[in-house]
Every structure is written in structure tokens, then in C-alpha cells.
Write a protein that binds this ligand. Structure first.
Ligand code: ZN
Length: 241
């Protein structure tokens, strides 16, 4: 592992346009559960599986039930950025890192200071009235009861990509362009099993593809450097210079 960290440091030192692509594993170290993992929310007492509750058709038909689950399990507003979030923000500040592409919706990268963040699945921090498009902060959703309602009477919906919904094309295109032009791609805390993660990786054309994940992924053999360790543990050993 020490040798691998040394190579990672060398590559970071030599790169000027790094893109970091991260998944749920980046946030679990901040105490945010991965609802897809076996130890995650499957064992919770809800009448429907998380994937069903977090689908657009479920939201449209049972918004009250959606929001009960969402407030309970998806709003982790006390969570703080961890070593991985902080190091990535430092790398951007130092002009080494171009952007963060994330599947997470918790806003922790921005809280750590990252500026250019492509949130593929949206963010709990943005909420809009479905009728008049008025913006509402996350506190409004947290503090309301049942289904949050706009002053115009419309339903307020989180700017989060639910199952059955398509990704925001502007966000996706921005992420793809950054990955295409990256001189180093670091993938961390994702099993690369969920769309569009795997397809995004194929846009990278360089020779510094780093994969940092505790468990194996379908892309392990494509990696130029593979570190089987928690992302925070790895990045905390990296020096920004
Ligand atoms: Zn409204």
C-alpha cells in the first residue's frame, strides 16, 4: 500500500487537470448511509424498498410517504465533510483538480470548499415548487410537515434525480467534458455498478486511471492504479504541493 500511495502522490504532483469521480463511499465516512448497501437502509421498517420510494412514480402517487422516508433517511444535515472532501477541495484550490463529479446529493463537497462540482443526482439543498418554480432551501423541507407546499399551492420537490428520471443534461455534459480533458481520473467510493458511472469512465482517455474502493469493482482491470482501501484513508496521506 505504501508503494501505491507513493505512485498516487507522484501522479498527482505531475497532473494539472485531475477529475475526481465519487460515489456513496465518499459520504459513508461522514456517517451518511448508502441506501443501496446491505447494511444500509434495507433493514429499516418501511413498507416499500428504498428504490421504489425514491422513484418518480412513487413520488407522484404517494408524496407523503416519500417525504416521511426522505426526511428520515436522506436528509443527513448534521453530517460534516471528511478527509476526502477536504483534500479534494485543497487540490482544486491549488489548481491541480479541475472538478469533482459526484453521485451524492448531500452537498458535502461544497461544504468542504469545492467550487466546481457536477452533481449527477442533484442535491437535497435545492428544492423547487413544481408549479411556479420558486426555490426553497433544505430547511424548508426539513421543517415542514407531510408534503411541503409552496405559497402558490404547488408541491415542493427536491432537485434530486429520482429513479425513472433522467439526469440533467447540462450537468452530464459538463462532467463528460471534464473527464474527457482530464490528465488524471481518480475514482473513489463507488462500485461503478450504477448507471451512468460505468459509461462515464469510458470517456477518460489518459493513462492515470486510479481506482480507490474498499471492495472490488467491474473496472478493477482497467485501472492503472488500484487501491483497495477507504477513500478518506488514502487521500488523507496525500500532500498538496
Ligand atoms: Zn409555487
Amino acid at each position: 500500500m505504501k508503494d501505491k500511495i507513493r505512485i498516487l502522490q507522484q501522479w498527482i504532483d505531475d497532473s494539472r487537470s485531475i477529475v475526481f469521480f465519487g460515489g456513496a463511499g465518499v459520504s459513508t465516512e461522514s456517517g451518511i448511509p448508502d441506501f443501496r448497501s446491505v447494511d444500509g437502509l434495507y433493514h429499516q421498517s418501511y413498507d416499500y424498498p428504498p428504490e421504489e420510494i425514491l422513484s418518480r412514480s412513487f413520488f407522484d402517487v404517494r408524496p407523503g410517504e416519500f417525504y416521511r422516508f426522505y426526511r428520515d433517511k436522506m436528509l443527513c444535515l448534521d453530517a460534516k465533510p471528511n478527509a476526502a472532501h477536504k483534500k479534494l477541495a485543497e487540490l482544486e484550490e491549488a489548481g491541480k483538480l479541475r472538478s469533482v463529479v459526484t453521485q451524492n446529493i448531500d452537498g458535502l463537497h461544497q461544504m468542504a470548499g469545492s467550487k466546481r462540482v457536477w452533481e449527477l443526482h442533484g442535491s437535497v439543498h435545492r428544492n423547487y415548487c413544481m408549479k411556479c418554480k420558486k426555490f426553497y432551501p433544505v430547511e424548508f423541507v426539513r421543517d415542514s410537515e407531510g408534503v411541503p407546499v409552496c405559497s402558490c399551492g404547488g408541491t415542493v420537490k427536491p432537485d434530486v434525480v429520482l429513479y425513472e428520471e433522467s439526469l440533467n443534461s447540462r450537468v452530464l455534459e459538463g462532467a463528460l467534458a471534464d473527464i474527457q480533458n482530464a490528465d488524471m481520473l481518480i475514482i473513489g467510493g463507488t462500485s461503478l455498478a450504477v448507471y451512468p458511472a460505468a459509461s462515464l469512465v469510458r470517456y477518460y482517455r489518459g493513462h492515470r486511471l486510479v481506482l480507490i474502493n474498499k471492495s472490488p469493482t467491474p473496472y478493477d482491470s482497467h485501472a492503472d492504479l488500484l487501491l483497495a482501501a477507504p477513500i478518506g484513508e488514502v487521500l488523507s496521506q496525500i500532500k498538496v504541493r
